[in-house]
Design a binder for this molecule. Structure first.
Ligand code: CMC
Length: 425
């Protein structure tokens, strides 16, 4: 696999260290630094800015050119021609399904949409005003207490069943989190509906009336799921892989991914965008917030701007922006927050500070606005991201366990006290 070599000389070391260099199917070459340990050296890369932690075939991102591929297919094409469950199949299997495979896959997912009836009791332990992400972390972790029959991580069939269960049950659990917070009865899944319609009926339906989802909104919901489905080795996916590397059960691993996603620098950004727009309140206050974002002594950042990997437009944001316009037109909404968002976007795209640092609007900038228009409360935004990203997490977890692997165990640059004796007087 290594067709090239890198040679490293280190002051004080006589030997020249030879390191294999690998080429992937796309993207930059990768230097294999594993031989360094035999010379007593480690690499140092806080934030994993220059480190590939694994080999993967699932998703590719070219941040400089704004490209995102799942199984080789560009995200824009998947958003236009495919749907969320088909992308789930693609991420799990590496290939698009045939029509028969797709039908079988959808029917299998439908067989798993209900959660164990006893899981309802878990919700009663939470305060009504609990953040739904707090409930989600707990309830998803608790799935491991209910589905013992598929927990052998070395069995490919068990891994597959876990993936089906998670894809199917996440919308049910997400909607239960919402219903619990507003004091309404939980809605059972309806398997006659498609994935997004079913989620919307569990969120907005009630047992007293028939709920029929607006097709434009159901399509937008499916697109939000699809655009968030996977994003290679981001913080939460890396967390799931690392947790999985110890042999922990899949539900516990996904729960760790949900926890990592929650932070405002990651999935929590969609909620933070809305909070920020509300805080700005009026177009006349934008300049003040821009100044704060540029001030190195102020921790404030423009939420929904910037990305570790994309140094060009986030391709998901382009599709999301278009969906945002469709939804707002369909619902005939003229949201003052949207005006602030549009102005903010325009200023940031022209301002030297943002241009120089290549800080473009990311996917979360627009998804928050769509979710708000659909009527989803702000504190559910990151839950919806978690629901959508579950397929990415479980696909990476499964890929990790499908080949020989090692527990993840980073090293450190130690800068604490040297060895010293405990004071005895
Ligand atoms: N507003 C103002 N300045 C920013 C922002 C921002 N949103 N993002 C980065 N910068 C500045 C930063 O201060 C630094 O400036 P300088 O070079 O003068 O010190 C420079 O840009 C580089 O930033 P960084 O912190 O080194 O970049 P990073 O790759 O470590 O961080 C990020 C990436 C996404 C965490 C960051 O851009 C950010 O905090 N954005 C806001 C939160 C957000 O929208 N997150 C969602 C990401 S997309 C969805 C997902 O993947 O979950």
């Amino acid at each position: 696999m290594a067709d090239k070599k890198a040679r490293l000389t280190v002051d004080g070391l006589e030997e020249v260290i030879e390191l294999p260099v690998y080429s992937g199917t796309e993207g930059p070459d990768v230097i294999d630094v594993r031989p360094l340990t035999s010379s007593g050296l480690f690499t140092y890369d806080p934030g994993f800015v220059s480190t590939a932690a694994c080999e993967s075939k699932i998703t590719y991102i070219d941040g400089a050119n704004g490209i995102l591929l799942h199984g080789g297919y560009p995200i824009e094409q998947l958003a236009e021609h495919s749907d969320y469950l088909e992308v789930c199949y693609l991420l799990l299997n590496g290939e698009l399904p045939t029509p028969e495979q797709k039908e079988t896959f959808i029917n299998t997912i439908k067989n798993h949409t209900m959660v164990h009836e006893q899981m309802r009791n878990f919700f009663n332990g939470f305060r009504r005003d609990a953040h739904p992400m707090a409930i989600m972390v707990g309830v998803v972790g608790a799935l491991s207490a209910f589905y013992h029959d598929s927990l052998d991580i070395n069995d490919a069939h068990h891994r597959e069943v876990c993936a089906y269960r998670l894809i199917a049950k996440m919308p049910t659990i997400a909607a239960m989190c919402y219903k619990y917070s507003i004091g309404q009865p939980f809605m059972y899944p309806k398997n006659g509906l498609d994935y997004a319609e079913n989620f919307l009926q569990m969120m907005f339906g009630n047992p007293c009336e028939e709920y029929v989802a607006n097709p434009i909104i159901a399509k937008a919901m499916d697109r939000i799921f699809l655009l968030h489905a996977d994003h290679e080795q981001n913080a939460s996916t890396s967390t799931v892989r690392l947790a999985g590397s110890s042999g922990a059960n899949p539900f516990a691993c996904i729960s760790s991914g949900i926890a990592a996603l929650w932070g405002p620098a990651h999935g929590g950004a969609n909620e933070a965008v809305l909070t920020m727009l509300e805080e700005i309140g009026d177009e006349s206050n934008i300049d003040e917030f821009i100044l704060r974002a540029k001030d190195p002594d102020d921790n404030f950042r423009l939420m929904g701007f910037g990305h570790r990997v994309y140094r060009n437009f986030d391709p998901r944001a382009k599709v999301m922006k278009q969906t945002c316009d469709e939804v707002l037109a369909e619902l005939n909404i003229s949201d003052p927050l949207l005006k602030i968002a549009k102005r903010l976007e325009q200023i940031a795209l022209e301002d030297e500070y943002f241009v120089k640092r290549k800080l473009y609007p990311n996917v979360d900038f627009y998804s928050g606005i769509i979710l708000k228009a659909i009527g989803i409360p702000t504190n559910m935004f990151t839950v919806i991201f978690a629901l959508s990203r579950t397929i990415g997490w479980i696909s990476h977890w499964s890929e990790f366990h499908s080949s020989p692997n090692k527990i993840g165990r980073p090293r450190q640059l130690y800068t604490g006290s040297k060895k010293r004796d405990y004071p005895t007087k």
